[in-house]
Design a protein around this ligand. Sequence first.
Ligand SMILES: [Zn+2]
Length: 326
Amino acid sequence: MGFRDIKGQDRAINILKRAISNDHVSHSYLFYGPDGVGKKGVAISFAMALNCVEYNDDACGLCTPCRKIVAGIHPDVTILHEESGEIKIGAIRDVINGMVYKPLEARKRVIIVNEAERFNLSSSNAFLKTLEEPPAETVIILISSSPDMLLQTILSRCQKVAFNQVSPQIITDILIEKLGLEQGQAEFVSYMADGSPGKAISLSSEDIQQIRVEILNGLFIKGNSNKIAAFDLSEKYAKDEGYFYNMLFWILTCLRDIMILKENGNTELIINKDMNNALSKVKDRVSMERVLDTMGLVKSVYKGQDRNMNRQLALDVLGNKITEGI
Ligand SMILES: [Zn+2]
């Protein structure tokens, strides 16, 4: 691992490399930008670069400090990440207390706070004190996809490093290289990933692909004859919030594809390319008005979630409408 393994964030990485080569490394950074674009990977690579004994424009990945950081066992490199909920004061107290001592092994101690927007007020204030009087030889990296949720007083003490969305071409390359996807499938997933390699990788999981195929077959392809399958699908996927949103997402992609096929028949623009033939048949038997109407229904189901809508009931209504001719 190292900077070389993070694709599409050259600008952010160059800022950090320059800071090292000019000996102008800040005490505190805020890495901000969309989820899944490599902020945490760059933070770990930066910790390696600051401590690597063979550093040459990037960490070697092989020396003892590099290997310890990658393995998550370096005593002076801490990644703070709560599984869920707020980052409470208890979680950061040990880290803050430890900073009064010199690093045990490292040239630079590195504290990485993932999802820093989950600081609650008391942990924010405790951390603020540390930022106001930064300990020597310590670099603090806050990571956030919602920096506007952080206290202004914290933001103003950090050097900000922006991370951007990654282009679909780069995401396609990553999926081919890391997951061994075929070109067509990788292009298809990268198109939907909103510039996030992390999202692309999770969308590529077999589990998610399975949902996609089930939904396309169950709701769209078999049409009217398959009302039972539609109810089975909603029963299966309404239980879990993640699956529920995935189901809505794939339904929307199908409706969008049908709309494009009806508009101009350009199969290059559709998302579910592997279902092109089947979707082309569907588009002949439905009206544009009906497609738009159903898209509106999907969107209102999305919004209804905020009001604790019954998920299975919502999917039943949606599935019924689609199997009746969209
Ligand atoms: Zn090294």
